[in-house]
Write a protein that binds this ligand. Structure first.
Ligand SMILES: C[S@@+](CC[C@H](N)C(=O)[O-])C[C@H]1O[C@@H](n2cnc3c(N)ncnc32)[C@H](O)[C@@H]1O
Length: 324
């Protein structure tokens, strides 16, 4: 078998056409927004990897602790022989789970899915070397568009880690979970990592680190627009504004124009006038309660089998099963 196998589902003009639509819709409306998938070009993926190692950014370590402690229990509770990972990035923590599946002789296939091709290819090479008896079938794809591709895999566990589901708005989460459930057969499983609602100070410091890496990651979105759409954003003219939206229970990460800005985006045939103080929301990170998890998964026909949390109750990993 050729290992790893890499399928590219994103069309070559995906970034161009998708970004143009998203930019016209998002930056042209109020409040101005950008979908977070455009944060993960090569530079963005590298910056996110740095974020996961910051002392303030607790989610990665909390999720790693859960996976380290519970991996064998997860495998015992699962009937899967194929592990799919959505938004897999470097699949770093995922190795704890994959090791447990491999130790149990149950890792026939691993399917990492990500929009960030370079990072995905590197991860797939590393994983194919680590699990020589496993078929590594990487997919360069968009989990908001390509879930139908997963329907062909039987006995699967779909891991969606890192709290990435919290980057979607509530209506997007509903559509995503519905499409995911459609790609699963009865008994297939979802392993979902979610950050939990907690003290606002701890949340804000996690997204406002002393080294400014999160700020650089969020500002990288403007560099993506400059490169892909020939835009003329001046990243230094914006300040980074992370805040906790108590009502929506989400971190809201914005860029604020410190002076009036006239921006041209020829690739999207768009011109923007931002007033002084006007903001662009670049990312949200929704935090969950068990009640919200049950409601959102249940609405998609996914029943919770078990929830594991870390010792500080900061983060949760939930195993849910598709019911008939
Ligand atoms: C918050 S990071 C999490 C990475 C890793 N799963 C972890 O737990 O550390 C989000 C990942 O999802 C990917 N991603 C974002 N939007 C995506 C989309 N629409 N389709 C596929 N991958 C996406 C990014 O490239 C990135 O690797």
């Amino acid at each position: 078998m050729s290992n790893p196998k890499v399928s590219v589902l994103l069309k070559s003009n995906w970034a161009e056409s998708g970004l143009v639509l998203d930019v016209r819709r998002g930056l042209g409306s109020q409040p101005r927004t950008l979908p977070p998938k455009w944060l993960y070009d090569e530079a963005g993926s590298r910056l996110f990897d740095q974020i996961t190692r910051l002392p303030e950014y607790y989610p990665t370590e909390c999720e790693r602790t859960i996976l380290r402690d519970a991996a064998a229990d997860i495998v015992a509770a699962s009937r899967a022989t194929t592990v799919v990972e959505l938004g897999s990035g470097t699949s770093d923590k995922t190795r704890l789970l994959l090791d447990a599946f491999a130790d149990a002789g149950r890792l026939e296939r691993f399917v990492p899915v990500d929009v960030s091709e370079e990072t995905l290819r590197q991860a797939a090479d590393m994983l194919a070397a680590r699990y020589p008896d496993t078929s590594v079938e990487a997919v360069v794809g968009d989990f908001t568009l390509h879930l139908g591709h997963l329907a062909g895999y039987a006995r699967k566990l779909v891991a969606f880690l890192g709290g990435t589901i919290g980057n979607l708005y509530v209506e997007e989460r509903g559509a995503f979970l519905g499409a995911l459930a459609d790609s699963m057969t009865e008994g297939d499983e979802l392993l979902l990592g979610t950050d939990l609602v907690k003290d606002a100070d701890r949340l804000i410091s996690a997204y406002d680190d002393a080294q400014g890496v999160t700020e650089a990651f969020i500002k990288n979105s403007l560099r993506v627009l400059n490169r892909e759409l020939d835009a003329d954003f001046d990243p230094d003219a914006y300040s980074y504004v992370p805040f906790w939206d108590r009502h929506m229970q989400r971190m809201d990460l914005r860029l604020r124009a410190e002076m009036p800005q006239h921006v041209t985006l020829p690739g999207a045939d768009l011109e923007l006038d931002l007033a002084s103080g006007e903001e662009i929301r670049v990312e949200i990170s929704t935090k969950f309660t068990e009640e919200r998890l049950r409601a959102e998964l249940g609405a998609a026909g996914l029943e919770i089998a078990r929830i594991w949390t870390d010792p500080t109750d900061s983060f949760a990993v939930t195993l849910a099963r598709k019911v008939g």
